[in-house]
Design a protein around this ligand. Structure first.
Ligand SMILES: CC(C)(COP(=O)(O)OP(=O)(O)OC[C@H]1O[C@@H](n2cnc3c(N)ncnc32)[C@H](O)[C@@H]1OP(=O)(O)O)[C@@H](O)C(=O)NCCC(=O)NCCS
Length: 208
């Protein structure tokens, strides 16, 4: 029994050592890379694996303090399907991410504006986008005409569940919880729990 426990402990420490090393090298690399790319990055943010970032010339990406951005598959036991991606898709686009946010395999794609507040927990494999990526009209789509975009705003203390999708024009109020696998197409008022596809409010968040 004691032997089993000791072996378990070795695996436990080797896992954490691996995470520490990945974090050290990824964070150092991201700091240099982001400076070169013109991405503003606050203090004390940690990267576990290197996210994909793309800054459309002229656009703006501002990342806050104390972020934890996970990209390496082993960084989260909930299971990341992909790398985190933060990308702007037009010269006037902006992505602003507040302080103390956590992202795991999250894709944020902005053609206009995505603003995320402080203390926002964004669950694994979530997509947040402010445009449709392809025009809805078939002839415009085949001609490569750009799709419509509407700003997305996510306020402080929001928790977005695993694999959810936040679509264009959505405003999510403070303290909201979005259930796993939800598709958010309309505004969600502050202090509510909302779930499903399309995402609807089911209850209020209990305040301590
Ligand atoms: C949204 C959530 C917080 C609700 O938890 P809860 O308050 O304990 O709610 P309950 O489990 O009592 O469910 C309430 C109702 O919502 C439904 N529901 C809960 N989560 C749902 C979801 N993700 N999608 C659709 N319906 C959901 C339940 O079926 C239930 O329906 P009913 O009243 O008709 O029986 C939770 O279900 C959830 O999705 N958590 C996210 C976990 C997660 O993704 N973590 C991220 C890790 S990266």
């Amino acid at each position: 029994m004691k032997r089993k426990f000791t072996i378990g402990l070795c695996f436990h420490y080797s896992y954490h050592l691996r995470i520490l090393l990945i974090t050290f090298f990824s964070t150092t690399y991201c700091r240099v890379l982001f400076r070169l790319k013109g991405i503003a990055l606050g203090k004390r943010s940690r990267f576990i694996g290197v996210p994909i970032t793309y800054v459309y010339p002229g656009s703006k990406i501002v990342l806050g303090d104390n972020l934890e951005i996970r990209t390496a598959a082993i960084s989260n036991f909930i299971g990341l399907n992909r790398r985190s991606i933060i990308a702007t898709h037009d010269d006037t686009a902006q992505i602003i991410l507040g302080d103390h946010c956590g992202l795991s395999g999250v894709v944020i794609g902005a053609k206009q504006s995505i603003i995320i507040g402080n203390q926002v927990m964004i669950g694994a494999n979530v997509l947040i986008t402010d445009f449709d990526w392809h025009a809805l009209n078939p002839s415009e789509r085949s001609e490569g005409v750009s799709s419509q975009s509407k700003p997305v705003n996510i306020e402080d203390n929001v928790f977005i569940g695993y694999s959810s999708t936040i679509l264009k024009g959505v405003h999510i109020g403070k303290n909201v919880v979005i259930g796993a696998n939800s598709v958010v197409t309309k505004d969600i008022p502050a202090n509510s729990i909302a779930v499903g596809n399309p995402c609807k409010v089911i209850s209020k968040v209990l305040q301590c």
